[in-house]
Write a protein that binds this ligand. Structure first.
Ligand SMILES: [Zn+2]
Length: 171
């Protein structure tokens, strides 16, 4: 009996509808390779009751706006972790997104760029510093994906699929 040879299987880590959302915690930096050309911006509130970020549905309809809760802008972009190449969605603070937009690399698109995010102080809401490096020549950049389905599922804008193996989380 001969042993059949096999081609390297296709990477199935991208064959999923929902991706984990990451942001730097405490002072531990995270480094990612960016897949999207630009980030997607959303107004949010921090819900103390649920201890997490929730979307603002627009000032006219939003219960949290009605009671005067402060709105916070967040940016989201598809990426892979530099350490494991796991596909993730990176959450950006307004300050980090502004630093990225002010970087000369932003003009030619973010896809392929290496982004390092780090809180410089230990508290949870300390400013996040963003460092952007240019694409590595010849690097294999996986395909881009849409961040909205993961956010809609996290925020229960759509019914969650009980069959998912994703651990979408946000802080
Ligand atoms: Zn609101």
């Amino acid at each position: 009996m001969s042993i059949p040879l096999a081609e390297l299987p296709e990477d199935r880590s991208f064959h999923r509808e929902w991706f984990k959302i990451v942001s730097p915690r405490r002072m531990v930096p995270i480094q990612v390779g960016l897949l999207s050309q630009d980030f997607t911006g959303i107004w949010t509130h921090f819900c103390n009751h649920a201890n997490r970020t929730v979307p603002c549905v627009g000032e006219a309809h939003c219960d949290r706006c009605q009671v005067g809760l402060h709105r916070r802008w967040k940016g989201y972009i598809a990426a892979i972790l530099s350490t494991t190449r796991q596909p993730v969605i990176v959450e950006l603070t307004e300050g980090a997104a502004r630093a990225i937009r002010n970087d000369p690399l932003y003009k030619s698109g973010l896809r392929g760029c290496i982004l390092t995010l780090q809180r410089k102080k230990p508290h949870k809401t300390a400013p996040v510093f963003a460092d952007l490096q240019g694409p590595i020549p010849g690097a294999n950049v996986p395909p881009d994906f849409d961040v909205l389905p993961s956010l809609e599922r996290l925020w229960q804008c759509k019914p969650a699929d009980a069959g998912s193996d994703n651990d979408v989380s946000i802080n």
